[in-house]
Design a protein around this ligand. Structure first.
Ligand code: MN
Length: 171
């Protein structure tokens, strides 16, 4: 009788376990799809695929504002696919990064890599080498506001895989 009861329980519990597992998998797939398609829901279009070698992996640029004599900031929306990042570089007049979506990384030379999430803001100091990009498994969308009054971005060496996957901390 006891065994029969256990069997009965199994019959009830087994489908429950499968349903839970299936819905867990479903959520996972959905969140990955959302990550890949999330730019469709954003205000700014993804723009054009970046073809220059200042980036590793696949990234997209929508150049929103060119700097001019009235306003010396360039503004661009950059979408990094998972794993994509800039080379090490520095800005002669600094930069502000607005995280619009996803999960990204930001690292200044000599410091630990920092995780940057949707809604956060990063200030890149003047002439400090750094890089930014997507996290390893989630895309990242940023608006970069870059001062141009002291010249163009100075591009340095690529971010190695070891650097990219190195230690990290929350902000
Ligand atoms: Mn930068």
């Amino acid at each position: 009788m006891k065994q029969l009861l256990q069997m009965k329980h199994l019959k009830i519990i087994t489908p429950l376990i499968f349903t839970t597992l299936l819905s867990a998998c479903g959520n996972k797939v959905q969140s990955i799809n959302t990550d890949m398609n999330r730019t469709e829901n954003l205000i700014f279009a993804k723009g054009k695929k970046i073809e220059n070698d200042n980036f590793t992996g696949t990234a997209w640029l929508n150049n929103l504002v060119d700097a001019d004599s009235t306003n010396q900031n360039a503004v661009g929306s950059v979408t990094f696919e998972p794993g994509a990042r800039t080379k090490w570089h520095s800005h002669p007049a600094g930069q502000i990064i607005l995280a619009l979506d996803g999960v990204g990384y930001y690292q200044e030379k000599g410091k630990e890599k920092v995780i940057v999430r949707k809604g956060e803001v990063v200030k890149c100091p003047i002439n400090v080498p750094h890089w930014h990009g997507a996290s390893a498994d989630t895309a990242f969308v940023q608006i970069a506001i870059t001062g141009r009054e002291k010249g163009e971005t100075v591009w340095l060496e690529p971010v190695s895989d070891a650097e990219y996957h190195g230690g990290q901390k929350e902000r």
